[in-house]
Design a protein around this ligand. Sequence first.
Ligand SMILES: Cc1cc2nc3c(=O)[nH]c(=O)nc-3n(C[C@H](O)[C@H](O)[C@H](O)COP(=O)(O)O)c2cc1C
Length: 216
Amino acid sequence: MKILGVSGSPIENSNTDRALKIALAATGVKTELYKLSDYTIAPCTACLGCRETNVCVQEDDGIMLAEKAYKADALIIAGFTPYSTIDSRTKIFIERLYPLHHRHGLMSGKPGGAIVTCGIPPGHEGMPPACENGVDAIRNYMLAESMHFIGEVRVPGNVPCVACGQEGQCGVSSLKILFGKDATPENVQINIVEDNLGVVAALEKLGRDIVGAYYG
Ligand SMILES: Cc1cc2nc3c(=O)[nH]c(=O)nc-3n(C[C@H](O)[C@H](O)[C@H](O)COP(=O)(O)O)c2cc1C
């Protein structure tokens, strides 16, 4: 069995990347991880040029990534949630799996999972459901392609304001919006996925469950 993991996070060694690695490591089978920011991939143009060949006509890395998804036995997609929706690289990757759809449904029946890192704490009053929106984007792709959606893990991440260094001069800090008027980069909790044992356990379970679903 071989599992493909894809991360939409452009940040080096990000929480999203490391969360995906934790899930993949727990599978105990052969895995491959692709970080989308290392590749050139344009969105689907809806030209339907792939309808007979099951291969995109855009000659970029999207062709290789779709082939990796086709050849994998299972897929875990990991993204984050700028402006409360799935990040653009993850969305583009999903769109570029469309060539695998025509006539054969080439992703059908494969186990799949979602990992989504978000800065807005789940259930935060008055804020959009960022993590839910991100999970929905991945889950809806997998359900639309008749994959076997195994589950999702929501990873608490960090809003960029904790690292930007402009807090003193900033009138629009997300820290104050999310954590109150006294919040500063020094006193808000920095989320590190490895320190969140519940999330680590959920990631490991997702990896194991995907293997379990494959072997039935
Ligand atoms: C431009 C931008 C906008 C963001 N907007 C949101 C948002 O609306 N909601 C949210 O939950 N997180 C938001 N975030 C925070 C990211 O989801 C958060 O940084 C995530 O934890 C990054 O994960 P990473 O460290 O794995 O890259 C935003 C981040 C960026 C860069």
